[in-house]
Design a protein around this ligand. Structure first.
Ligand code: PMP
Length: 288
């Protein structure tokens, strides 16, 4: 079951008009929210980021946080699986094709939920491969826009060579992955690129930095040069659906020892513990 413009219906029955601005212009934003044991994870943070994206494209939020929470809980209840990931998508609605914003047009709101599978254990044990590419996206990468053509093309470069992700470099510095955030480990220090308009402020990125701070893991938030990526001891990838993964091969060169490193192992365990605490705790961190 999915949610479309006020109704819960089967996916097969869900249609939108061809003049939807999401279809015509990619004029909309989205969020991906994991739910563990049917409880949305870091919901308040995801809803705050959604608000930031909506503000970035000057689209009014159709719902309050309490209304979002209620809708998501209903959708999770109507779908199978203890662990699910929710995809929610808001566009500027249906209107005669014209670049200018339409007046008094309701947004299109679509939400679906799919089973959430953890990354395969074999991949966590061996590590994944990645390639690098020049980050040729627009400069509002902090907005989670549905117009993902550059990300799609960049990710496909990795798929073409059987790699998991494309790591993006802009003006000689690491930004993020095509659909993930990237950390490196250098001399036992976890390094993260600073949040800016050049990367998506990842919810998992925040969790990893919080876990590092709470557990005495040395970490620094600063620009990371391409040279530092290439001589990193470890490279870590984070996203809501992939959690935290080790990258052990970059552009066909071994990363550090070529095996998942110690800091990965530590952060992965901390992340799993943090998830378990969430599952035992309240249904979400969202009161309003
Ligand atoms: N950057 C990009 C471009 C992404 O698409 C994603 C995945 N949504 C991320 C980073 C990771 O963000 P999060 O941890 O919130 O899933």
């Amino acid at each position: 079951m999915i949610y479309l413009n006020g109704k819960f219906i089967p996916l097969e029955e869900a249609y939108i008009p061809v003049l939807d601005r999401g279809f015509i212009f990619g004029d909309g934003v989205y969020e991906v929210i994991p739910a563990y044991s049917r409880k949305p994870f870091r919901l308040e943070e995801h809803l705050n980021r959604l608000q930031h994206s909506l503000d970035g494209i000057r689209l009014k939020n159709p719902f309050s946080n309490a209304e979002w929470k209620n809708l998501l809980e209903q959708l999770i209840a109507k779908n199978n699986g203890e662990d699910q990931y929710i995809y929610l998508h808001i566009t500027r609605g249906v209107a005669k094709r014209d670049h200018a914003f339409p007046v008094n047009v309701p947004p299109t709101v679509f939400i679906m939920s799919n089973p959430l599978l953890p990354p395969p254990v074999e991949l966590l044990a061996s590590g994944a491969s990645a390639i690098t590419a020049i980050d040729n996206r627009w400069i509002r990468c902090d907005v989670k826009a549905i117009s993902l053509l550059p990300n799609v093309l960049l990710r496909q470069l990795a798929v073409d060579v059987h790699a998991l992700e494309t790591i993006l470099i802009r003006d000689g510095f690491l930004t993020e992955g095509a659909a993930s955030n990237i950390f490196i480990v250098s001399n036992n220090v976890l390094l993260a690129p600073p949040k800016s308009h050049l990367m998506l402020p990842g919810i998992t990125y925040d969790v990893v930095l919080e876990l590092a701070a709470a557990n005495g893991i040395p970490h620094e938030i600063r620009q990371i040069s391409e040279h530092e990526i290439r001589k990193a001891d470890e490279i870590l990838l984070t996203s809501s659906t992939k959690e935290i993964m080790p990258i052990t091969l970059l552009d066909n060169q071994a990363v550090g020892s070529g095996r998942p490193g110690e800091l990965f192992a530590r952060l992965h365990t901390l992340y799993q513990d943090y998830k378990a605490t969430h599952m035992r705790g309240r249904s979400c961190g969202c009161d309003n």
